[in-house]
Design a binder for this molecule. Structure first.
Ligand SMILES: *Cc1c(COP(=O)(O)O)cnc(C)c1O
Ligand code: SF4
Length: 351
């Protein structure tokens, strides 16, 4: 996490509330990133909620802090304790319940780590944990216990990674992941991209990011120009779980990405109480398409400690998918999938 992040005061929030368009959202993305809401009371005030009506847990927020950008919080409904965007970010007491089978490293990534910052689990693709920082802390996140400090990529690590990529000609695709790779500056990304473009067997660059959704201003002209001029085929996979996450600013950000020639996809996680109905799923994938992103995967929850209260059993998920398939065109039906350690690819659930 960047240490420049400051706790935003309630006063500062009021100053930057909906009524004041010259608030935080009118500043550049770095400013927005460093002025996320991190204080529970400030979030309640912003959303007109009574703190005492919320099962907030200080302990849960110490383990994995509350963090939400104002641009995202603005899409939450005021006064709604069950808002589907709010529930994704709220640290609650249920997270402290230890559930059998829910562990800190559900994907066994520690084993697949070939170098600090590099995970090579699947053929022809490597995943780089480019940045430990995220703009938003999603409570269901399978990387909530990931030791980012051991996996940060400084220039020494980057040289090692380049060496690894160069000596394995089977690698066709590099995936920038995290954390959120777009929490890195454009200049840093430009250097990485330029180095990758020198490796002849690398054809594709994929960026997995929630930033175009949570701080759409992250899609700068500079970033778009970098994607546009790169010889790599670029794919951007955004991450939205609910139709309400899309607004005009998100649509514009995705349009800018598409104008670079990049393919834009959306992946989501199936979450109890947030998007586990046919209506919510239909709305999610329709809105995603309207904004310019085709549905990719719908993941069942990874069994990460602290997230068991979002879990939906496989049969229910499969039933939901069958119903969804009946009401959406084929190209808007995501692939229901799970990540199982030791498998050579994501595992699709039959429906
Ligand atoms: C998910 C994942 C990928 C990408 O898998 P796709 O099915 O191509 O989207 C690559 N490497 C790792 C380590 C992953 O977890
Ligand atoms: S890695 Fe993605 S899902 Fe996890 S906290 Fe960051 S933005 Fe949210």
């Amino acid at each position: 996490m960047p240490n420049s992040n400051k706790l935003i005061t309630i006063n500062a929030l009021q100053e930057h509330s909906n009524e004041n368009p010259s608030g935080v959202e009118s500043q550049n993305w770095q400013y927005q990133l460093s002025h996320c809401i991190k204080d529970f009371k400030a979030l309640c005030e912003f959303l007109q909620l009574e703190p005492k009506n919320i099962p907030f847990s200080d302990h849960a927020s110490q383990e994995f802090p509350l963090q939400v950008p104002i641009a995202f919080a603005k899409r939450m409904r005021k006064g709604d304790y069950n808002d589907p965007l709010l529930l994704q970010v709220l640290p609650v007491a249920k997270e402290l319940v230890k559930t059998p089978g829910f562990v800190t490293d559900p994907l066994a990534e520690a084993q697949a780590k070939k170098l600090p910052g590099l995970i090579h689990k699947y053929k022809h693709r490597v995943l780089l944990t480019l940045s430990g920082a995220c703009a938003i802390n999603c409570r269901y996140c399978f990387r909530r216990h990931f030791p980012y400090s051991e996996n940060s990529i400084a220039s020494k690590q980057w040289q090692d990674i380049l060496g690894y990529l160069k000596q394995d000609a089977t690698i066709e695709e590099v995936i920038f992941s995290g954390g959120d790779p777009l929490a890195s500056s454009d200049a840093r990304l430009a250097n990485f991209m330029a180095d990758l473009a020198q490796i002849p067997h690398i054809k594709r660059l994929r960026i997995h990011t929630r930033l175009p959704i949570v701080i759409p201003d992250r899609i700068t002209d500079k970033l778009c120009q970098m994607l546009n001029s790169s010889p790599l085929e670029c794919v951007v996979v955004v991450h939205a779980n609910h139709a309400n996450e899309f607004d005009i600013n998100v649509s514009q950000a995705i349009s800018k990405l598409r104008a670079t020639g990049a393919m834009v996809l959306n992946q989501a996680v199936l979450l109890k109480g947030i998007n586990d109905t046919v209506e919510a799923q239909k709305a999610l994938h329709s809105s995603s398409f309207s904004a310019g992103a085709l549905p990719y995967y719908l993941f069942v929850l990874d069994a990460v400690q602290g997230a068991a209260h979002f879990d939906i059993d496989d049969q229910q998920a499969q039933k939901l998918m069958r119903e969804l398939q009946a009401v959406l065109p084929g190209y808007l039906v995501p692939k229901l999938a799970r990540e199982i350690p030791d498998k050579p690819n994501k595992t699709l659930l039959s429906i």
